[in-house]
Each structure stands twice: as structure tokens, then as C-alpha cells.
Design a protein around this ligand. Structure first.
Ligand code: ATP
Length: 297
């Protein structure tokens, strides 16, 4: 018997970053939107814990116990005194190290799949607690939809969304490490006062109303200057999308994937086509959100 779980990618429509805390982490006000680009995690009983990965990004995914899907299985098994003897297959469609929480999606997916396979009966609260242990973005991968994350981004409040937003994602050649982007943020913030991160009231209202123009005016990413500093070519991708008629363009999370908001599905296809023709990125995908979080199929 196997259990298969589908988990979406995310885009941060707002990422407000505070100054570095004494523990090195940053306080965030992080508005997540789950979008319809998915990894599928299948867990099957086996002799021992093994991870395999297929799809266009498979070569970049670690298959040892550092893989977040393996860590999720190990953590749940340890809590229940179980042997984590499962084969975890990841059908990967979310770009790796792209700022779209692909690893987090796999962690949340494997956790939900193992919970179902082993019949551990973990409560939603316990699953969320394990997700937060695995990483700041993992709880959101479990819940999906739209949410405000505070703290390191892991303390979530679900947000109301009054419509569907259409996005285009441009994958860059190469990746950016999230810790490296935060280090660059700290370097660039030296000698200036970093304000407390707060969610934008205009942005939350735009989401609630499903108003793409208002959302376009309100999106922001405090990590964008740091991502652009480490990966200056992204400026050309952002410009290509803007010229193609995107309502807004921004670096997704810590990058280097860039995200473009379009008025509707048709406009998104047009922006996607222009970005493909621009030669400023490696691949282009269209996805709408919000969508549900990790779901057993
Ligand atoms: P975020 O948006 O949460 O900052 P990201 O999308 O930028 O994350 P990931 O795709 O999650 O980045 O991958 C970051 C690194 O995590 C990879 O380079 C890889 O070494 C490691 N990793 C661990 N588990 C996985 C996994 N299941 N899939 C992809 N990468 C993984």
C-alpha cells in the first residue's frame, strides 16, 4: 500500500524582514500565497528509509537524510517510536533553491503521507509543530491557501482571499541560497535602522477583495535588493516581464525565481511567452493561486 500527497509551491506577496535577532534569525511579516505548481510525494513501506526523486530538477535534490522529506519521516517515526522504513518518492515539479519552498513542500508532503501510512493519528496541531521544527516555510506548505506568517514566518494566520490571482514564474539559471541572501540583507542593512516588519493593510485588503490591480500596487519583498545584489541578471528578467505587461514583478522569496502578476489567465500566457522569448531566464511557468495545501490523493 502507498500513500500519495500533492503539495503546492508558494509565492511571497509580501516579505517584510526585520533586523537580525541575537539568535541570527530575522523577524518576518511574510504573506504567503500557495500556487498551482506541485510536487507529489509517494511513500511506500520498504526495508529501510530511502529517498528517490524524478522530474526536471531531480539532479539537484539531496537523497540522503538531509532531504526534508526524509527528515519529516524520521521526526514523526521518532516521536511514535516507529521504524521509519519507507521508500519516499518525490515527483518534483517545483524548482529547487528557487524561493518557492520546494523543499518545504516535500517536508510537509512526506509528513502527511507518513502520518496516513502509519495511522499515527497526529492532530493538526502536532503536524504543524513538527513542520515548524523542520523549517520556517514548512507549516505553510501544509496549510496552503493564503496566510500571514510572523516570527520566523512559521506562526501562521489564515487569510481570506476573494478571487484567483494569475502568476508567471521565471526560473533563473542557477540558484540562490536562502542563508546567503539573508547575510547579504544584513550586510546591506549595516548602519541603518531596520523597521519592525508589519503586514501591509493595503495588501491584505487587496487579497480579501481579489483585486489584482490593488495587489500589484501593494506587493513587496525586502529581500529583493539583496537577491539582486547577489544575482544582478535578475533585473533583466524583471524588466522583460514589466515590458510584457505584467501588473507587478518581484523576486519570489529569496530568489532567484522571479514572479509576475497578470490580470487574468490570458494575460499570464502573454507575459509567459514574452519572457520565454526574452532569453533572460531558463524556464517559464504559469500558475494561479490560492490553492489548497498538502492533500492526500
Ligand atoms: P524557500 O523558498 O523555502 O527559501 P527554496 O525554494 O529557495 O526554499 P528549496 O528548493 O527548498 O529552496 O531547496 C533549498 C535547498 O534545500 C536545496 O539546495 C537542497 O540542498 C535542500 N533540500 C533538502 N530537501 C530538499 C527537497 N526535498 N527538495 C529540494 N531541495 C531540498
Amino acid at each position: 500500500m502507498s500513500v500519495r500527497v500533492r503539495v503546492p509551491a508558494k509565492v511571497n506577496v509580501q516579505l517584510a524582514v526585520g533586523g537580525a535577532r541575537p539568535d541570527g534569525f530575522h523577524d518576518l511579516a511574510n504573506v504567503f500565497l500557495a500556487v498551482g505548481l506541485y510536487d507529489e510525494i509517494t511513500v511506500t513501506p520498504a526495508d529501510e528509509l530511502r529517498v528517490a526523486c524524478s522530474g526536471p530538477y531531480a539532479a539537484q535534490v539531496p537523497l540522503d537524510r538531509t532531504n526534508l522529506a526524509a527528515r519529516a519521516a524520521l521526526t514523526l517515526a521518532q516521536r511514535r517510536g516507529l521504524d521509519p522504513a519507507v521508500h519516499i518518492h518525490i515527483a518534483k515539479d517545483i524548482p529547487v533553491a528557487g524561493g518557492m519552498a520546494g523543499g518545504s513542500a516535500d517536508g510537509a508532503g512526506a509528513l502527511l503521507a507518513c502520518d496516513a501510512l502509519w495511522g499515527t493519528g497526529a492532530s493538526r496541531e502536532e503536524l504543524l509543530e513538527i513542520c515548524a521544527e523542520l523549517g520556517s516555510d514548512v507549516p505553510f506548505s501544509l496549510v496552503g491557501g493564503a496566510a500571514l506568517g510572523i516570527g520566523r514566518g512559521e506562526k501562521l494566520t489564515a487569510l481570506e482571499v476573494g478571487g484567483t490571482f494569475h502568476w508567471v514564474f521565471a526560473m533563473a539559471e542557477g540558484g540562490l541560497s536562502t542563508p546567503a541572501v539573508f547575510r547579504e540583507f544584513d550586510r546591506m542593512a549595516q548602519g541603518r535602522e531596520v523597521p519592525e516588519p508589519v503586514a501591509s493593510a493595503e495588501l491584505l485588503e487587496a487579497l480579501a477583495e481579489g483585486d489584482a490591480d490593488a495587489l500589484a500596487a501593494a506587493v513587496s519583498n525586502d529581500l529583493q535588493p539583496a537577491a539582486l545584489s547577489l544575482f544582478p541578471e535578475l533585473a533583466q528578467t524583471l524588466e522583460a516581464g514589466r515590458e510584457a505587461g505584467a501588473l507587478a514583478e518581484l523576486v519570489s522569496g529569496s530568489g532567484p525565481t522571479t514572479a509576475f502578476l497578470a490580470r487574468d489567465a490570458e494575460a499570464a500566457e502573454k507575459v509567459a511567452e514574452a519572457l520565454r522569448a526574452s532569453g533572460t531566464c531558463r524556464a517559464v511557468r504559469v500558475a494561479a493561486g490560492p490553492v489548497a495545501g498538502a492533500t492526500v490523493l
